[in-house]
Design a protein around this ligand. Structure first.
Ligand SMILES: Nc1ncnc2c1ncn2[C@@H]1O[C@H](COP(=O)(O)OP(=O)(O)O)[C@@H](O)[C@H]1O
Ligand SMILES: [Mg+2]
Length: 365
């Protein structure tokens, strides 16, 4: 799939801009702080309705303005579609798909698929489990929108359960009601995450093998408190999760918080039998993060039957020329957006079809 055009109004440092994109490579060049990433952010918002940089929509509205608009048209399965987002500074956003308003933000998911690479991806490898859960959750939601509903319900019930646990006298009967629905939603989350990790594990292994000329063996492990096998039924996972909640009830009451469940999951990233987070070099960590992201692109293609749009934010300057070339070649015919402060990167695309956008102080030429 590819995005044909983008219109933004009062978005970050832009008053108004209308851009037509190349189906293949789009190079956004300009000094720092001029508005390159802002364009990628606008494109990304059309895919999940949220930024990859902030959870606060108000930050996106141009300083001194009340509303912003982001609209774009993309082609998927050879059909044209439009997505429009209206942001209001202190209010709920409105989203239209093909001119029809959607009533739930979640309904935007799975329409226009985007994968973004940024220097922050390193956090995926280096930081704590919550970064990796966020990655997994966003990525599965893009492919399987109903996963987002399970997650939404799970978090809501978890919040209610934790609230009960904070009471001086815990109401056991009430807790049991929550445990039943929590294990029901949680079991779906376990199932989808297990499938996701299985697929990512295979794909990223092959990709990492290529990127490192076969020197490094990448492995991904799903870490959860309940041992989830590939063929486990929802019923069986639910009952084991429910049991475990029951067995831990005294400890939860003491800690005043739920310590069992998929909200404690993690994935372990391993290179040549060693945990990359603990023992990997900076270069290994960076390549592992790129392999994971690239596997995401392949997974979307497998599930959605079309490649996503790929955004490469400032990651070029971190790679040596050989890896830059490997990365671009591995992306094949996919539509990509690359931001950079360095003109020099142009030579990597010389034999390819590309457009250049020069970005200066919220203006594009
Ligand atoms: N809500 C906003 N209103 C106006 N300007 C903003 C807003 N948010 C960010 N900016 C400006 O956008 C610029 C950063 O844009 P960005 O796309 O991140 O730059 P870069 O070209 O380095 O990627 C900064 O100058 C910042 O002040
Ligand atoms: Mg930037």
């Amino acid at each position: 799939m590819y995005i044909e055009n983008l219109r933004i109004i009062n978005f970050r440092n832009y008053d108004e801009a209308y851009l037509k994109f190349n189906k293949h490579i789009n190079l956004l060049l300009g000094r720092n702080g001029q508005g390159k990433t802002n364009i990628l952010e606008a494109i990304y918002m059309l895919s999940i309705g949220k930024s990859f940089r902030t959870n606060k929509d108000g930050e996106i509205v141009k300083f001194g303005k009340e509303n912003s608009y982001i609209g774009g048209s993309y082609v998927k399965y050879s059909r044209n579609n439009t997505i429009e987002i209206g942001l209001r500074k202190n209010n709920k956003k409105g989203i239209k798909i093909n001119k029809v308003s959607i009533d739930k933000i979640g309904h935007i998911l799975g329409k226009f698929n985007v994968v973004v690479f940024s220097p922050e991806d390193l956090r995926l490898v280096k930081e704590g489990p919550s970064e990796r859960r966020k990655f997994i959750d966003r990525e599965i939601s893009q492919i399987i929108p109903k996963y987002y509903n399970h997650l939404y319900n799970y978090n809501k019930i978890l919040g209610q359960r934790n609230k009960v646990l904070k009471n001086v006298n815990v109401d056991a009967a009430l807790l049991d009601v929550f445990d039943d629905s929590l294990s029901n939603e949680g079991a779906w989350i376990y199932i989808y995450r297990r499938r996701f990790v299985d697929k990512i594990k295979m794909l990223s292994k092959q990709i990492h093998d290529k990127l490192t000329d076969g020197v490094e063996n990448l492995d991904i492990k799903y870490i959860s408190q309940i041992d989830i096998q590939r063929d486990d039924s929802h019923e069986s996972i639910k009952s084991r999760f429910y049991e475990k909640l029951k067995n831990n009830i005294q400890s939860d009451i003491m800690n005043k918080v739920t310590k069992i469940g998929p909200h404690r999951d993690d994935i372990q990233i391993i290179i040549n039998d060693l945990d990359v987070k603990l023992y990997g070099s900076q270069g290994q960590q960076r390549t592992a993060a790129i392999s994971l992201k690239l596997s995401q692109i392949e997974l979307i293609n497998e599930e959605v039957k079309e490649y996503p749009v790929v955004l490469l934010d400032d990651i070029f300057s971190e790679l040596d020329e050989k890896r830059q070339k490997l990365l671009i070649d591995s992306l094949g015919e996919i539509q990509i957006f690359i931001t950079s402060a360095e003109e020099g990167h142009k030579k990597i695309f010389e034999d390819k079809q590309y457009d250049i956008f020069r970005v200066e102080n919220g203006q594009i030429s």
